[in-house]
Design a protein around this ligand. Structure first.
Ligand code: ADP
Length: 165
């Protein structure tokens, strides 16, 4: 049976911490599906298409990784792609509290799906999408925090600031 892992998130935007998780997952599964989950009630920093495209470009060297987006329930996406495993990343005790609650929700909705956690590399422990958004919105340099295709997507969001550099 094909072993498929689903890595769901907002990825707004996808960071080098997220990329590291995908790179470490890729050799462990037959297929890794990165699911960009959109929340129709929230205005994203990067539009869905830009997030999906920039993640696709960031993972293009990994042949068993694909990217999709969905506004549905995460467990439904897992079932649709045939994933028995849900992957989440852990950076800190704060993440642990949030993530265990989320995993309990997944378990309630889909007991056949296991949630597994990968620890962030120590050097990625402080990197978050919200940190990237805050620095970028102030015109700061986020090139060490996101893969190059994400940097380009961010530049398109705010070309004036990038041109001024
Ligand atoms: P959410 O789905 O809660 O909006 P994100 O899109 O920010 O979260 O992240 C998706 C998953 O990646 C989460 O499990 C999160 O804990 C994890 N993650 C976020 N940042 C990092 C990082 N720097 N290193 C490893 N994992 C991370």
């Amino acid at each position: 049976m094909k072993r498929v892992a689903l890595y769901p998130g907002s990825f707004d935007p996808f960071t080098v911490g997220h990329l590291d998780i995908v790179q470490r997952l890729s050799p462990l599964y037959d297929e890794v599906v990165v699911a960009v989950l959109s929340n129709p009630k929230k205005t994203p920093y990067l539009p869905e298409e830009a997030r999906v495209r920039s993640i696709e470009e960031s993972v293009k060297g990994l042949s068993n990784v694909r990217v999709l987006c969905s506004a549905g329930a995460t467990v439904d996406v897992a079932r649709q792609v045939g994933a028995r495993t849900m992957i989440r990343g852990l950076r800190s005790v704060t993440d642990f509290e949030y993530e265990t609650t989320l995993a309990a929700g997944y378990h309630y909705m889909a007991p056949e799906i296991e949630t597994l956690f990968l620890l962030a590399k120590p050097e990625h422990g402080y990197i978050s999408s919200s940190l990237v958004r805050e620095i970028h919105a102030l015109g700061g340099d986020v090139s060490a925090l996101v893969p190059a295709p994400v940097l380009s997507a961010l530049a398109q969001k705010n070309p004036r600031k990038e041109n001024e550099k």
